[in-house]
Every structure is written in structure tokens, then in C-alpha cells.
Design a binder for this molecule. Structure first.
Ligand SMILES: Cc1cc2nc3c(=O)[nH]c(=O)nc-3n(C[C@H](O)[C@H](O)[C@H](O)COP(=O)(O)OP(=O)(O)OC[C@H]3O[C@@H](n4cnc5c(N)ncnc54)[C@H](O)[C@@H]3O)c2cc1C
Length: 416
């Protein structure tokens, strides 16, 4: 069923009895061409593009919980393409372009809202670094503007400019950045893939891989063994645990990141504002809640919940930047498990085991990557060659020394 204004009108006057479930609930078949492990944003996007762009529909997505139970339904919804390095920037710009046409592509309202993102600079050195980053973005076809302190003051006059420990010197502004309703992205991709014949199987945990002569030929799962010509893993925070079942160790650690939402307030914050010096970032949802976050919890964990010291730390950062939010009440908070790679950049690659593919290492920035990640992973699975914008996102880059050290802090994800 296609969604349209006409359909809403028709259902409205006929008692809303004709709506169909957005996707089926099939039992798994014995064999598929491609099995995707993990029904988060990246897995579902991969399935959608495999079916839509490559005509490969004998595909199943196996999800251990329900769609949206992972990071796709837990993130703070920010999209942007303000990266510096050549291995990353064109990839994230491809993603932003795909976001711009996504709702028409999968015929679903994902509330893509390009209200802009502002990174604040608090020292001359940081302003110079943002100038360099902005130039790199423009060279890759993205949009970027450097604002001086007055430009920032005009845009967000309520920040603490005058008595702050970290005075605001400038800002890097990307007008095309913004926010997207995160769970609608999972539902839209699921619906797009399902309508082309992909089986989406919820409550189906992959517990091992079937190997034959050193090749991966399927998986073992809580719904039985399923064969496949190719198995594509994209389980984000569970990457190390799942790939360990195939005997592979990854340059990835899992860490908790928390998100927070305040009570609804009048419209205050025009776009997304990030405060790197205090580790705090914030946007405002259409319902009025301030949606914000900050540091990782700082120790390795697979728990989808955080701890109180980081609540205090994040709120301190927020109050330092905009003292007036000290009077807002916190409504809810949650945690998600981040697949932190050692150079802050992701992987979309074949593994050393024929038939087994890997997508992960998204750190705390994989939501914005969802469309390009699905696009490039589908390309890799369909053609066995990396997509031109993802050639650097290789698993062997730590062996060859070709790291994409986006944040430059090496093997300490808590310092990214
Ligand atoms: C608090 C928070 C804020 C964030 N904010 C942003 C942001 O503003 N912008 C941004 O770009 N990114 C952000 N991120 C990061 C982003 O959400 C993730 O990088 C991205 O969602 C990861 O990809 P995914 O959607 O495929 O992951 P997930 O949704 O986690 O999907 C992985 C799926 O694999 C499933 N799975 C795991 N093990 C198995 C198994 N054995 N068998 C079957 N299925 C399995 C899980 O249940 C899960 O559903 C944030 C993350 C968090 C937690």
C-alpha cells in the first residue's frame, strides 16, 4: 500500500479500516541468497537497497529483538556531513544527499528536518581547525560556513558568551545538517524492503555461523539453522560478540552512550548546537523537548543503560553553555551500546572468511551514516567490490597503517 494524501483522506472517511501492517511477520525459509544479521538502521537500509537498487530480493534480515530496539531507536537523531578526512567526508556527504531524497524513496514520513548544525569553537586553534574542516567539506561538495562570534551570537543569543569558562570565538555552521525521526527510519526501510519481498524476522537471535571448508554458508539462530550464499553482519554495539562466534577479533570496543530529553518547552533552539569543550550537544524536538547528550560512560559495557555520574557530567556541560536550561526538568533518559573503533571511523568490508561480510565501528555517529552505509554495503554484497565512496573503510587498515584517524586519539575511544 502506498501512502499518500489521497490514501489518508480515503481512510479518514471510511473509518481507517484499510491500513495494512507496514511489514509481514514471516517464518524463516531454509535458505536465502543473502542473510543480514541485525535489524537496525544499517541492516534494514542494506536490505532495502539490495532489493531496490540491485534487484536481489531473496534476502532475510534477522533481528534478535524488535525493530528499533537497538541504537537506531536510541540515538539523538542528528544528521550532518561535517567530517574532515578524505576517507570519511565523501561517504557522509553521500549519506546526506540520500537523506534529502529518502522520504520519497521509501514513501514514509521520517520527519527529515534540515534545520542546521552549529559546532562552537572556543579557542583560536579550534577556530583554525574548523576553518580547515569547513574547507575540506566544501571541497567534497558539502556546505559549510564559518561564523565569527557575532554571527554565532545572532543565531543563538541565549548561550553564555560573556562569563563562560570557554568563551565562544566562532562556529562552523552546516545548514543542511539537522535531525530525523530515528525510529521512522527503521520502519520506512523495513517497509521498503518488505514490499519488495525481503523477509524481516524479529525475535531471531543469531547464535553461531555455519562453516563448510573454511567458508561461511549460513547461521544458527534461535529460530533454527538457515543457509545463505552470503552472510552480512551489522549488529553495531554487539559486533565483537557476534564476530567472535566466527573466530574473528575486531579493532572495536563497546561503550555506553546516554541520551536525555527534557520536558516540552517553547521553541528555543533553532538547529543542533554542539559544545565540544564541555562535551554537550542539544537540539529541540518538534514536541518541544530538549534532546541532548555528551560523553560516553567511560568503561566497556554491553548494557543498554547508563550511570548517574555521566548524567551529572552532561547536565553540567549543558548548564555551562546555556544556564537557563538549569530550570528545565529532565523527562527521560536511556543508553545505547556503541561500537567504538580505534580510529573513530567505520568498516564496510569482506572478512577473511569467504561468504562473511562485516559492517560496524560506527562509534556515536552511525545514525547519520544509515543511508550511505546501507547503500555501500548493498553494493559490496551485490558486486563483491567496495562502493567508490567506501574504499577506505577496510578492516585491514590497522595492519597496513592506513587509519582514518578522524579524531586522532588512537586506541582510547573514551577520548574520541
Ligand atoms: C544515545 C545515543 C545517541 C546517538 N546519537 C547519534 C546522533 O545524534 N547521530 C548519529 O549519527 N549517530 C548517533 N548515535 C549512533 C547511532 O545510533 C548508531 O551508530 C547506529 O544506529 C548504529 O547502527 P544500527 O542502526 O544498525 O544499530 P542498531 O539499531 O543497534 O542495530 C543493530 C541490531 O543488531 C541486533 N543484534 C545484535 N546481536 C544480534 C544477534 N546475535 N542476532 C540478531 N540480531 C542481533 C540488535 O538487536 C540491533 O537491533 C547515537 C547512539 C546512541 C546510543
Amino acid at each position: 500500500m502506498r501512502y499518500s494524501a489521497f490514501q489518508i483522506l480515503k481512510e479518514g472517511i471510511t473509518g481507517n479500516k484499510g491500513w495494512k501492517p507496514a511489514w509481514r511477520e514471516p517464518e524463516p525459509k531454509a535458505e536465502y541468497d543473502i542473510l543480514i544479521v541485525g535489524g537496525g538502521g544499517h541492516g534494514l537500509a542494506t536490505a532495502h537497497y539490495l532489493a531496490k537498487e540491485h534487484g536481489i530480493t531473496n534476502v532475510a534480515v534477522l533481528e534478535k529483538g524488535w525493530l528499533g530496539s537497538g541504537n537506531i531507536g536510541r540515538n539523538t537523531t542528528i544528521i550532518r556531513s561535517n567530517y574532515l578526512l578524505p576517507g570519511n567526508e565523501p561517504f557522509y556527504e553521500l549519506s546526506l544527499k540520500l537523506w534529502e531524497g529518502l522520504e520519497q524513496d521509501f514513501n514514509y514520513n521520517a520527519m527529515v528536518s534540515q534545520r542546521g548544525i552549529l559546532n562552537l569553537a572556543h579557542s583560536d586553534a579550534q577556530r583554525d581547525a574548523y576553518t580547515r574542516r569547513g574547507n575540506a567539506m566544501r571541497m567534497a561538495g558539502a556546505d559549510a560556513q564559518l561564523l565569527d562570534a557575532d554571527g554565532v551570537r545572532n543565531m543563538v543569543p541565549f548561550l553564555n558568551f560573556d562569563n563562560a569558562r570557554f568563551p565562544i570565538k566562532a562556529g562552523l555552521w552546516q545548514p543542511r545538517g539537522g535531525t530525523v525521526r530515528h525510529d521512522a527510519v527503521a520502519w520506512g526501510y523495513a517497509r521498503g524492503a518488505d514490499s519488495r519481498g525481503v523477509d524481516i524476522i524479529q525475535n531471531c537471535e543469531v547464535t553461531g555461523f555455519q562453516m563448510q571448508n573454511g567458508q561461511c554458508v549460513g547461521v544458527h539462530s534461535s529460530k533454527g539453522s538457515i543457509k545463505a550464499k552470503k552472510v552480512a553482519v551489522c549488529v553495531a554495539g554487539s559486533s565483537s560478540r557476534v564476530m567472535e562466534q566466527a573466530g574473528l577479533r575486531l579493532p572495536i570496543e563497546s561503550h555506553v552512550l546516554q541520551a536525555f530529553v527534557s520536558e516540552g518547552l517553547k521553541p528555543t533552539i533553532p538547529g543542533v548546537v554542539t559544545f565540544g569543550a564541555g562535551h554537550f550537544y542539544v537540539s529541540q524536538s518538534d514536541k518541544g523537548g530538549l534532546v541532548f547528550g555528551g560523553d560516553l560512560d567511560g568503561y566497556n559495557s554491553y548494557a543498554q543503560r547508563g550511570n548517574l555520574p555521566v548524567v551529572e557530567d552532561v547536565c553540567e556541560g549543558g548548564v555551562a553553555l546555556m544556564p537557563m536550561i538549569g530550570r528545565a526538568r529532565l523527562l527521560r533518559m536511556w543508553g545505547g551500546v556503541m561500537d567504538m573503533s580505534m580510529d573513530g571511523s567505520p568498516f564496510i568490508d569482506k572478512t577473511s572468511i569467504p561468504g562473511l561480510y562485516f559492517n560496524g565501528g560506527w562509534c556515536y555517529g552511525g545514525f547519520k551514516a544509515t543511508p550511505a552505509s546501507g547503500w555501500c554495503y548493498a553494493h559490496l554484497l551485490a558486486t563483491d567490490n567496495p562502493h567508490p565512496t567506501a574504499t577506505e573503510l577496510r578492516l585491514d587498515r590497522f595492519m597496513t597503517g592506513r587509519m582514518i584517524d578522524e579524531k586522532g586519539v588512537g586506541a582510547q575511544p573514551n577520548l574520541h
